[in-house]
Design a protein around this ligand. Sequence first.
Ligand code: ADP
Ligand code: ASP
Ligand code: MG
Length: 408
Amino acid sequence: MGIIVQKYGGTSVGSIEKIKNAANRVVQAVENGNKVVVVVSAMGKSTDTLVNMANEISNKPAKRELDMLLTTGEQITISLLTMAIGELGVEAVSLTGWQAGIITEADHGNARIKDIQKEKIVTYLNEGKVVIVAGFQGITEMGEITTLGRGGSDTTAVALAAALSAKKCFIYTDVPGVFTTDPRYVNGARKLHSISYDEMLEMANLGAGVLHPRAVEFAKNYNVTLEVASSMTEETGTLIEEDVSMEQNLIVRGIAFENDVTKITVSQLPNQIGTLSGLFSLLSKNSINVDIIIQNETGSKTVDISFSTSRSSLEDALAVLKAHKETLGYEAIRHEGDLAKVSIIGSGMISNPGVAAKMFAILAENDVTIKMVSTSEIKVSALVDEENMVPAVEALHRAFQLDDEENE
Ligand code: ADP
Ligand code: ASP
Ligand code: MG
């Protein structure tokens, strides 16, 4: 009898009816002869509601207290789901993250899982019980409650699957799988049969919210077979696995995008060794995440440096830069908001030159101005005005034939 892990996201447990639906599916998996561990998110949008309540009290709530608050969301779901499974005549037990032995780093709001002390889960499974674990939460070695970052229940599920050497981890959600791009925005988006860990990792990191990036990292590192599927149908979803040879002929496998990006330019910095490191270590010391960086020599003695960051970091970044104007030695700073990042992803790019050129040509034909670019072996990202984001994705989706049924 093998272990499987099932994860149900917020929408999939968003009402009592949906919780009963999840309970039925869990019982079905038990009847099919599996030992089942279930990971759940908070009901519907309740995590957002909790965040909003905290923000009504403070515009910078203490991170420790925010974690204390947000972890209550998942605790509601585990108990209700456990009761619903019990009503169907199957024994289940609910565990918070800390009861389940999920040990994390001490970084409140974005903690990494360090270790899973799985003994308790294993004991319950051996007693024939279904184990229902609260996603997104853990505990530090000092006994402090932490959260894993928004969307982190996926990571709880995959980490448990790895620790328990589960046969498979199912991520049940409100879409029937991973699509070529977000189906909520693009009509022609198509479900993929499979996608490689590396491509999925890029997609997740570049804005495809269907999976938490760390969940994909775990799956890759521990070789967990992962399937993203609908919580409402029996349809097979998308497999995330090591090697995806079937679709190797497709150069671009997916398009990811995210808005709320801003670009900051620091101009007329001294053109000397140490300028870049001085600027970026200052930002990093102040926990400001920087994405794309461009450096331009503006004369023999000066350089301009532009970088992109999230809108939520803009104010902090500007404040830090202004406070260090003298030490950094720049002339002026300016910023541009309302930007978005559009990225094409596919492992076929490694051996196909000209993919970036084609992307730029398509964007130019569609009158989309590119503000910044970054590339890796398997992706090209372009920063564009936010209003151009969806049209750009649609144009790229068509031009790279992602809506073409023949490419399935
Ligand atoms: P859950 O609450 O189940 O974790 P999420 O909202 O976190 O669900 O993730 C599912 C959502 O991810 C979908 O509703 C969809 O809008 C979005 N999404 C973004 N990119 C993709 C993609 N490439 N394929 C499928 N869904 C995507
Ligand atoms: N409830 C958390 C969130 O909304 C975690 C999750 O759903 O994965 O971010
Ligand atoms: Mg999610």
